[in-house]
Design a protein around this ligand. Structure first.
Ligand SMILES: Cc1ncc(COP(=O)(O)O)c(C=O)c1O
Length: 406
């Protein structure tokens, strides 16, 4: 079988076309392949389908907007009602009093935008020498050059260098090492970037007090704090943003994925009060950053309809139930020695596999049983749509248990 014309992300370019599973439709927490086989999607696609599949009201909202005008740019002099309404809505959901909201089309663009906004805000605040950005090992911040430079996953960097200067990667858990890095670069730091819960690095919730400590360190060292909430934003931990669950407010918040549950590609950055003040201090300053599709009206319409669903169906309130079912179910697998570690919070979970158990085998076995999980090195992750039913969670846990026992 020959290779497909489509060059797949994160796949060997030599992989034959017939080894890809073609997904053709979806409904609730399930998707269907081109042979008609139905799967429970235990990964919300790629950590994003929070409201699940088959929501025709989102399609209708996009179509309605496209019939009026599909797209018109928002550079310099233009705006549109859809982007203004969405910015207000996301600003209201955020932990800030007077936020500004920037839009782009992906999490990677959101991360690179946040890194640039942190640097320009430092410069506008009178500190152009503050250019260093500190990130954590195990971090995944997307694949653009800023995010790849800040990545804490070495395999994702191989062959793509040289990277952005002044980006420093430090121990992921040890606040003393973070403090040492801040001290070493004292007076030069623009920002610290972190996922509140590290996701693609293997689902690592923060140690108790870690995020509070980071906030204090940033304040002490004049650094902005960036939360990369591309996975955690829009409900995954039971609050609109993870910052609200942990009670720690960053200066910048990136989002993407669940802001539209994947019905359209959208990302963005919530700019908190301190940085908003810095950007507006000089009336002659022009913010020379933005994408052709920043504030694309049809995409914004999808986000509005998606947020309406999350609110109307009370999906955030489903999280405690989902969390306890995964905590108990995966904990039981650990008790039996089938997995060596269980990590997670909200609707974001991972298990570490015993030595000798292949993640690819576990993934394939689960797929055969009609459950889509995700395999990472020595790890299986689970991050279902928030509409997953209790019975479906039981099926996911049973498929994982069967794969591990086989
Ligand atoms: C925390 C985080 N940041 C950034 C990204 C990149 O987002 P995208 O793939 O939409 O560019 C991801 C994607 O998984 C992510 O998990």
């Amino acid at each position: 079988m020959s290779t497909p014309t489509f060059l797949h992300p994160f796949a060997p370019p030599t992989k034959p076309a017939d080894e890809f599973l073609s997904i053709v439709s979806g409904d609730g927490a399930t998707v269907t392949d081109s042979d008609g086989k139905v799967y429970i999607d235990a990964m919300a696609s790629l950590w994003y389908a929070n409201v699940g599949y088959g929501r025709s009201e989102i399609a209708d909202a996009v179509a309605e907007q496209m019939k009026k005008i599909a797209g018109f740019h928002t550079f310099s002099s233009f705006t549109n009602p859809a982007v203004d309404a969405l910015a207000d809505r996301i600003g209201d959901l955020s932990p800030h009093d007077h936020p500004r909201v920037f839009f782009c089309c992906s999490g990677s663009e959101a991360v690179d935008s946040a890194m640039k906004i942190a640097r320009i805000a430092q410069a506008q605040g009178g500190h152009p020498e503050r250019t260093v950005i500190i990130s954590r090992e195990r971090a995944y911040h997307g694949v653009a050059y800023g995010g790849t430079s800040a990545s804490g996953l070495p395999p994702n960097r191989i062959g793509f260098g040289p990277f952005l200067g002044d980006v420093v990667n430090v121990d992921p858990d040890d606040l003393a090492k973070m403090e040492a890095a801040l001290s070493e670069h004292s007076g030069e730091i623009a920002a610290v970037i972190t996922e509140p819960v590290q996701g693609a690095g293997g689902v690592y919730p923060p140690e108790d007090g870690y995020l509070e400590g980071l906030r204090q360190l940033c304040d002490r060292h004049g650094a902005y704090l960036i939360f990369d909430e591309v996975i955690t934003g829009f409900g995954r931990l039971g609050t609109w943003f993870a910052s609200q669950r942990f009670g720690v407010t960053p200066d910048l918040t990136t989002f993407a994925k669940a802001v539209t549950s994947g019905y359209q590609p959208l990302g963005g950055v919530v700019v908190g009060d301190a940085i908003a003040d810095s950007l507006t201090a000089d009336p002659d300053f022009v913010f020379r950053h933005g994408f052709t599709y920043s504030g694309h009206p049809a995409v914004c319409a999808a986000a509005m309809a998606n947020i309406d669903i999350i609110e109307r169906e009370g999906l955030l309130a489903r999280i405690p139930g989902i969390e306890s079912k995964f905590r108990d179910g995966l904990g039981a697998l650990r008790e039996r020695g089938l997995v060596t570690d269980v990590r997670g919070i909200g609707a974001m979970w991972a298990v570490s596999l015993p030595v000798g158990v292949s993640e690819a085998d576990v993934f394939s076995h689960m797929l055969g049983a009609g459950v889509i999980a995700r395999s990472l090195p020595a790890t299986i992750t689970l991050c279902p749509p928030l509409v997953i039913t209790d019975a479906q969670i039981d099926q996911v846990l049973a498929a994982l248990e069967a794969a591990l026992s086989s």
